[in-house]
Ligand binder design. Structure first.
Ligand SMILES: CC(C)(COP(=O)(O)OP(=O)(O)OC[C@H]1O[C@@H](n2cnc3c(N)ncnc32)[C@H](O)[C@@H]1OP(=O)(O)O)[C@@H](O)C(=O)NCCC(=O)NCCS
Length: 177
């Protein structure tokens, strides 16, 4: 599929239900089969409940944007200046892409690029020195996508358990010159 017209817009508090359902659907499609059914159910309930999503949307520094095609959200990005995951990043002005998820029907359409281009433009406009993100060590598709943007592993990782299923994320970064 070629590139399709994509509009990026900030997710509002009133979009909480749509974001919760898009978040759960895309997380499920990405990680189904990598953990037990119970672990997946518990993770989805805790992370993508409307209440939890509302809490995150209430923090003005925790920014969510939808990618919309013909007015319908088909992907989203979550971005924040947040050093909690890897405190050594504090030595720079660093901006984290905390999530980037696109519905599977819209992979390879340019929707993910529209979101990533938006993230990079935002980081450059706001004078960040480095952008960074975590990715599951076996998510080769996402790693390939990020490598096309110049992200490289920084040698650090962190546990990303889904319930009782241990998983490891690796940190990737890209310095902005
Ligand atoms: C990651 C994601 C945003 C990338 O968007 P996309 O539209 O699929 O990206 P693209 O098609 O432009 O790029 C993916 C690349 O990975 C390649 N790829 C696909 N499957 C792959 C695999 N199993 N192993 C290695 N590379 C793979 C594709 O060929 C493509 O590379 P190419 O352009 O050199 O051919 C999207 O796939 C997605 O939302 N995935 C589910 C959620 C997710 O994993 N998010 C990241 C969490 S950190």
């Amino acid at each position: 599929m070629g590139k399709i017209e994509t509009k990026i817009r900030r997710v509002e508090l009133s979009d909480a239900e749509t974001l919760a359902s898009l978040g759960a659907e895309t997380f499920y499609d990405t990680f189904v089969g990598t953990c037990s059914v119970e672990d997946m159910d518990g993770y989805l309930r805790a992370t993508y409940s409307v209440e939890q999503v509302r809490r995150e949307l209430s923090d003005p520094h925790d920014q969510f944007y939808f990618a919309e095609v013909e007015g319908v959200p088909v992907g989203y990005i979550r971005m924040k200046e947040d050093y909690e995951g890897l405190p050594l990043m504090k030595q720079w002005r660093a901006f984290e892409c905390k999530r980037l998820y696109v519905k599977k029907e819209f992979h390879k359409t340019g929707v993910a690029q529209a979101l990533m281009d938006f993230f990079m433009d935002y980081a450059i406009r706001n004078q960040y020195e480095v952008v960074w993100l975590g990715v599951w060590e076996f998510n080769y598709r996402a790693q390939r996508f990020y490598s096309k943007y110049g992200f490289v592993p920084n040698g650090h990782g962190h546990p990303f358990p889904i319930g009782n299923t241990p998983q490891t994320d690796i940190w990737l970064w890209k310095f902005i010159s």
